[in-house]
Ligand binder design. Sequence first.
Ligand SMILES: Cc1cc2nc3c(=O)[nH]c(=O)nc-3n(C[C@H](O)[C@H](O)[C@H](O)COP(=O)(O)OP(=O)(O)OC[C@H]3O[C@@H](n4cnc5c(N)ncnc54)[C@H](O)[C@@H]3O)c2cc1C
Length: 397
Amino acid sequence: MGGELPAFDVVCVGGAVIGSAVAYFLSENPDFDGTVLVIEPDPSYESAQTSRAQNSIREQFSNPVNIEISRFGMDFIDNFDHNTEVEGEAPLINFRGTGYLFLADDPGHLATLGRDAELQQANGAGSRMLTVDEVAAGFPFLDTTTLVGARLGSMREGSFDGWALLQGFRRRAVHNGVRYLTDRVVDLVVDGGRVHSVVLASGRTVACGSVVNAAGTRAAQIAAMVGLELPVEPRARTSFVFDCATPIEHNVPLTVTPEGVHFRREQHHYVTGAVPVDDRAVDPDDLGARHHEFEELIWPILATYVPAFDRVRVVTSWGGQYAYNVLDHNLVIGPPPSVPNFLFANGFSGHGLQQSAAVGRAVSELIVHGGYRTIDMSELGYQRILDNEPFLESVVI
Ligand SMILES: Cc1cc2nc3c(=O)[nH]c(=O)nc-3n(C[C@H](O)[C@H](O)[C@H](O)COP(=O)(O)OP(=O)(O)OC[C@H]3O[C@@H](n4cnc5c(N)ncnc54)[C@H](O)[C@@H]3O)c2cc1C
């Protein structure tokens, strides 16, 4: 099918949580009276990472800007019904506050947790350090023999329904007049340092004012269409849900072991995952679960710290991918100098759900006002990629 669509002021490439958050905030901005088109090839979102996440939010980061970004995500979730209601109805966000608990088994790691705790507190987060005795008293299901301490976050940290977050943005954006189109972007036409139009797999083209790259693990392919390199690659991450023979009768925070294995309770089950031993780029279509990881990598560590996890049964598992920024594990946002009407919103490295509200708002500010009005995300711009200057985030789960 060939032919032209009408021109749009803003075109989002990808319509999962990030593309929909951008569309939402543009359409809510009273200073914006333009048109927005979201192009998404998979309206079921079956292969989007948004549907394959573990749906948690925290304020324990190592950079002030990431703390601020997630804290806005928390505010957005706190007011979710008001923020997303359409004709009196909003999706059920179902937030459960548990805190995140980072365990340390050596003094060096504990010192790093402590330094970051001070930075987090200075930026409004409720993190605090715990002695081993406090860990044992507060979380009696843990074996603390090898631990030297821990850092615990506030009850504003926890889990929510990621699907509801996506639907909340999307329903309200559509209600506000944003158009979603089922198609795939195959090229961007650039002339004189600007993107003029978007070429679709259907053969149609769309003239545009600005383009937002919200293509998740395929973000580098979209960047290549404007002649730019983006160091964001798909990295496999498998999630497992398991039961244990002796359920834990206690609040279970999202717990991160010193080895980086994380687990949390989900109703009567537990959800877990870890960084694979051989962590490298995979094909973006390779969404299969790595079943061997549970027995070989995760379970031995879980059983070390939680005696009740000695006897467990995997109930289900699924594959997913991080859109992993290999330079510094941080998002890339805003335009590159060479193509000022092309905006990145990529490289979330496993924290894009919680960052979606702040990033959607920030991208809308860049488009509407030409600069940040709320959280200044300049440090997270593309210039650092050009300069090969990492802006490291060390708390990546
Ligand atoms: C196992 C796992 C656990 C996670 N846990 C958390 C968590 O606890 N908390 C958290 O905050 N984050 C978490 N994340 C990360 C989070 O899921 C992602 O950062 C977030 O969903 C990214 O959203 P996105 O819209 O950028 O990408 P996606 O959801 O992947 O969406 C990208 C969209 O772009 C579309 N697209 C691709 N190419 C094109 C094209 N050429 N044209 C048009 N559209 C295109 C795709 O169809 C897709 O729908 C986790 C991720 C995984 C895999």
